[in-house]
Design a protein around this ligand. Structure first.
Ligand code: 6PG
Length: 253
C-alpha cells in the first residue's frame, strides 16, 4: 500500500519532501544512530536539496548531517564534473552546503570508462558500508526516487533486463534510447528500504503517475517499487496528480 500526498505546487511539494527527509533522519538516528539515505538524480530533486541545505530554513538543523551516509540511487556514466552528473548536481545543491562527513558521501565513480567495473566498485562500497554479507541486502532508511516520462525510475528503464536482476546490488545497463550505460541500484536494494519516497512534479508526468498508481498490473519500472518491509510514499504536485481518478484524487496538502 502506498501513501499519496498531493501538494498544490512545486514549492509546497519540496517542503513536503524536506519534512519527510528530516523526519526519517531524526527517527533513524534516534533508533540506530545513523541515517542511510540514497539520493535521486535528475532535475526535480535539486530544489529539495537546496531547501534542505538552506541554513536559514527549518531543515538544515533538523537533519543530523554528521550521522548521515549519502549514497546515490543511480548515476550517469560520466565524470563527476560533467553537467549530466547526478553527483555533480547533489554536490552543488547539497553536499557542498551541509556538514556531512566526506567519508560518508559514497559517490558512484562513473568516470571509469568500464561501466561494469563502476557497478562492481559501488556494490563493494555498499556491502562494506552496510556490512552486508553475501545474500544480505543493504537496508536504506530512505531512498528518494524520481519518475521518468517513460515510467523509469533510478536507471531502471522499461524493458531492461536490469529489472529482473536478483543477485547483484548494483547494475550497469546499456540504455538503447540514451545510447549510453547507466549505473543503478537494483530493484531488490530499492525494495529493501525502510522507506521509499517518489518526488514527482509536472503535468508531463501525470500519465505515468496515473498508470503506476491506478493502472492494473502496470509493468512500468516505477510500478515494481514495492518495499516489502518498508513504506512507499508518492509526493506529487497537483499537475503531476491531475489524472488520478476517484480515490486517488486528494486535496492539495
Ligand atoms: C536520473 C534519475 C531518473 C530521474 C527521472 C526524472 O538519473 O535521471 O535518477 O530516474 O529521477 O528521469 O528526472 P527529472 O526529475 O529530471 O524529470
Amino acid at each position: 500500500m502506498s501513501l499519496v500526498r498531493v501538494a498544490k505546487d512545486a514549492s509546497a511539494l519540496m517542503r513536503l519532501a524536506a519534512e519527510e527527509v528530516a523526519e526519517r533522519a531524526e527517527t533513524a538516528v534516534a533508533e540506530r544512530g545513523r541515517f542511510f539515505l540514497a539520493l535521486a538524480g535528475g532535475a526535480t530533486p535539486k530544489r529539495l536539496y537546496l531547501l534542505l541545505a538552506d541554513p536559514r530554513g527549518p531543515y538544515f538543523t533538523r537533519v543530523p548531517w554528521d550521522k548521515t551516509d549519502i549514497f546515490f540511487g543511480d548515476e550517469r556514466h560520466v565524470h563527476p564534473d560533467d553537467p549530466e552528473s547526478n553527483y555533480g548536481m547533489a554536490r552543488a545543491a547539497l553536499l557542498s552546503r551541509v556538514p556531512v562527513r566526506p567519508e560518508h558521501v559514497h559517490r558512484i565513480r562513473a568516470e571509469d570508462t568500464n561501466a561494469d567495473a563502476v557497478a562492481a566498485d559501488y556494490e563493494r562500497e555498499l556491502r562494506r558500508t552496510f556490512g552486508s554479507k553475501p545474500g544480505e541486502l543493504p537496508r536504506f532508511d530512505l531512498v528518494l526516487l524520481g519518475l521518468g516520462q517513460d515510467g523509469h525510475t533510478a536507471s531502471l528503464f522499461p524493458g531492461s533486463d536490469a529489472l529482473d536482476a536478483t543477485e547483484k546490488l548494483v547494475l550497469a545497463p546499456y540504455v538503447e534510447r540514451l545510447r549510453t550505460h547507466r549505473i543503478t541500484l537494483a530493484l531488490p536494494v530499492l525494495n529493501a528500504a525502510r522507506a521509499v519516497v517518489f518526488l514527482v512534479s509536472g503535468a508531463e508526468k501525470a500519465e505515468k503517475v496515473a498508470e503506476v498508481l491506478e493502472g492494473a498490473g502496470s509493468a512500468l519500472p516505477a510500478a515494481r517499487i514495492k518495499p516489502s518491509g518498508g513504506e512507499l510514499t508518492w509526493l506529487l504536485d497537483a499537475p503531476a496528480a491531475a489524472l488520478l481518478g476517484g480515490a486517488g484524487a486528494r486535496p492539495p496538502a
